[in-house]
Design a protein around this ligand. Structure first.
Ligand SMILES: Nc1ncnc2c1ncn2[C@@H]1O[C@H](COP(=O)(O)OP(=O)(O)O)[C@@H](O)[C@H]1O
Ligand SMILES: [Mg+2]
Length: 329
């Protein structure tokens, strides 16, 4: 087991660390614990980023940070929880304002209004707003490490495919707008006028496109980005990991490692409680299967704690296992 400390020592160019995996297994916990360790124990400037208002960083760091920008929780440890819905709202309002300005009209045609409003509820918009925010922080380059706690949908891996689709989508609109602009220009010349306004929307689209492209390139760069899958010793989790690994291959991503979380201490197999003893035995069987299937990829094993890891003290406990795992749990 390499542990995340040694991984980062051996991969010095890593900037972005992403925990992927199904919901409820420990992505947020691992993100928070790693950010805590790198910032407080190693003195690296860290940004821990999330978009999920439920089961959130606010909760785990025991401080309300939702929608408040970058908050310093401890020395070098910055946490951000973006309000994706608010960002979408602002973005939509901005597009509408620009259309009004461009066409010098108070009322946006109903059809267009409908089109803009429906795109606000598209899941793709939520993801787009998330990457947009991530890309902005990344491009600013203020931090040594960016730890992204993935939104609860899909695998967190899906977002690479999403970035691809989004950028194609933006491409198409850009193309259509470019054509429209050319026609407008011709029409204006024929009327003996110059086109008055710049195409603000086209500018906006170019901007989104370049941010998405930048973000996608960083994500696909195995030197800069590390992906860790968080799993638990259970049947569903193993099946899920196998599927996720296939997705990784298809998207051209490399899995940096697997973190096995919520492992009951093996010495409990002698516990007088039959229920507990059986659960431990079951987990040990699945752990063997995990070792057989993904042996070389296991980066850390984290035990099940007697309560939910919250607050800096508990997170530092989790971090010990995550970054420098002992041989046995
Ligand atoms: N090792 C652990 N021991 C005890 N509880 C844990 C452990 N890891 C995670 N939990 C708890 O399990 C729940 C899900 O963890 P979380 O990190 O929020 O998962 P995710 O972000 O993947 O949905 C949380 O209530 C968390 O406190
Ligand atoms: Mg979470």
């Amino acid at each position: 087991m390499i542990g995340l400390s040694r991984y980062l020592e051996q991969n010095k160019e890593t900037k972005m660390i992403i925990f992927a995996g199904k919901g409820g297994l420990g992505k947020t916990t691992c993100s928070a614990a790693l950010a805590y360790h790198l910032a407080v124990n190693e003195g690296k400037r860290c940004l821990c980023f999330s978009t999920d208002p439920q089961a959130s960083l606010s909760d785990i760091f025991e401080q309300d940070i939702f929608g408040k920008g970058e908050i310093e929780i401890a020395p070098n440890l910055y946490v951000v929880e973006i309000d994706a819905d608010k960002r979408i709202r602002e973005y939509i309002d901005d597009v509408k304002r620009k259309i009004r300005e461009m066409y010098r009209t108070e009322e946006i045609p109903l059809e267009i209004e409908w089109y803009i409003e429906t795109s606000a509820v598209e899941p793709a918009m939520y993801e787009s707003a998330t990457y947009d925010a991530m890309a902005e922080y990344l491009a600013e380059g203020k931090y040594d490490y960016y730890i992204f706690d993935m939104p609860p949908f899909g695998h967190g891996v899906r977002m690479i495919a999403m970035a691809e689709i989004l950028s194609m989508w933006v491409d198409r609109i850009t193309e259509a707008r470019k054509k429209a602009k050319e026609y407008d220009e011709i029409a204006a010349t024929l009327r003996g006028q110059r086109l008055l306004s710049e195409d603000k929307i086209l500018e906006e689209l170019y901007d989104i496109q370049s941010k998405l492209g930048f973000f996608k390139n960083v994500m696909l760069d195995r030197k800069k980005t590390a992906f860790f899958m968080v799993i638990t010793p259970e049947k569903m989790s193993i099946l899920d990991t196998e599927r996720a690994l296939e997705m990784f291959r298809e998207l051209g991503l490399t899995l940096s490692g697997i973190v096995v979380n919520q492992v009951l201490p093996s010495k409990l197999s002698n516990n007088p409680s039959k229920l507990l003893a059986h659960r431990v035995e079951m987990q040990q069987r699945y752990l063997d299967e995990i070792r057989r299937k993904f042996g070389g990829k296991i980066a850390s094993i984290i035990p099940m704690f007697d309560r939910e890891p919250k607050g800096l003290e508990m997170l530092s406990e989790v971090a010990k296992y995550l970054v420098n795992p002992p041989a046995a749990v």
